[in-house]
Design a protein around this ligand. Structure first.
Ligand SMILES: C[S@@+](CC[C@H](N)C(=O)[O-])C[C@H]1O[C@@H](n2cnc3c(N)ncnc32)[C@H](O)[C@@H]1O
Length: 208
């Protein structure tokens, strides 16, 4: 993965756009997690917080981690508009997922949406999988290879991944794969243009 997607890249990106991801929670998160009983959640690479806020609004106790302090500042401000209950359910943390290791087998849900760490994505995903408690859920949503190269920052093949590649990182003795799919969804980009996004979605349950 290129160093292009390191901390400096993301800080600059969030400085340029004050509300980059405020269009609401990711539809894949809503579809995959909406029926789960709330517990503890880790949102890895939380950006400006839309997914963490949605989880907190639905009763989850969330640890939301991002490398970009600018994103976290926007996220905190955004969360405040949802009231004290939501604010009290989220711990925001600035950390580099390539260096920070979450507590093992701790979270009922670990999710990551479009996180392309500058160092090895496989190592980061392995740590995220290890952080899921027995019986808990891992949800990874990322850019599928058929994602239009002209859209957003997803211009280099290194950010793309297939559902099969995501699933291959999980030990089949420990995980049940519930969803490993390519999906499309409509989205409005930061310039206000309507587009079709191609997602790779993995939802898996760690065996109790
Ligand atoms: C495309 S944005 C997605 C944000 C959010 N998950 C969403 O879907 O709205 C990718 C996020 O991952 C964060 N990120 C990238 N590399 C990271 C790393 N090594 N450690 C922590 N966060 C990272 C970026 O700062 C950015 O907020």
């Amino acid at each position: 993965m290129s160093a292009e997607f390191g901390k400096a890249y993301w800080e600059e990106r969030y400085r340029g756009h004050t509300a980059l991801h405020r269009s609401g929670p990711n539809p894949q998160l809503v579809a995959e997690v909406g029926d789960l009983r709330p517990g503890t959640a880790l949102d890895a690479g939380c950006g400006e917080g839309a997914n963490a806020i949605w989880l907190a609004s639905h009763g989850w106790r969330v640890t939301a981690v991002d490398i970009a302090s600018t994103a976290l500042r926007h996220a905190r401000e955004y969360a405040e508009t949802f009231g004290d209950d939501v604010v009290s359910r989220i711990d925001w943390a600035e950390a580099d997922l390539t260096a920070w290791t979450p507590a093992e087998e701790h979270f009922d849900l670990v999710c990551a949406h479009y996180v392309h760490p500058a160092a090895s994505r496989q190592i980061v995903f392995r740590r995220l999988a290890a952080a899921v408690a027995p019986g808990g859920t891992l949800l990874i949503v990322d850019h599928h290879p058929s994602h239009e190269p002209a859209l957003s920052h997803a211009t280099v093949p290194a950010v793309h991944i297939t559902p099969a590649e995501l699933a291959a990182g999980l030990d089949s003795d420990r995980w049940d794969i519930a969803v490993a799919e390519a999906r499309t969804r409509p989205a409005t980009d930061s310039d206000g243009c309507e587009n079709t996004l191609h997602d790779a979605v993995l939802r898996a349950r760690k065996r109790p």
